[in-house]
Design a protein around this ligand. Structure first.
Ligand SMILES: [Zn+2]
Ligand SMILES: [Zn+2]
Length: 88
């Protein structure tokens, strides 16, 4: 069981869905993190994940999805929550 959180950029229309929680094959729980440095989102099962963009390891576990983030594509602050759902 898990949660799907989909984000979309209202500027460049880039969208990405993150599958969080644990699935059939994964025994580790996937969580969503925000990079403290470049504000990009990253889904990871690691306890201390690294940002795939700036390589910083100071990522913050995300509890609030209802705010704007930096778009991984165009870097504008218009990357926001589009859809949420559940999967199993
Ligand atoms: Zn970063
Ligand atoms: Zn964008």
């Amino acid at each position: 069981m898990g949660q799907i959180v989909g984000f979309i950029c209202s500027k460049c229309s880039y969208e990405k869905s993150y599958f969080l929680g644990t699935g059939f094959r994964n025994t580790k729980e996937k969580k969503l993190y925000e990079c403290a440095n470049c504000k990009v989102l990253k889904a990871s099962v690691l306890p201390i994940p690294k940002c795939s963009k700036c390589n910083n390891s100071s990522l913050i576990k995300l509890l609030d999805y209802e705010k704007n983030f930096n778009c991984p594509k165009c870097n504008s602050k218009d990357y926001h929550l589009g859809i949420t759902g559940n999967w199993d």
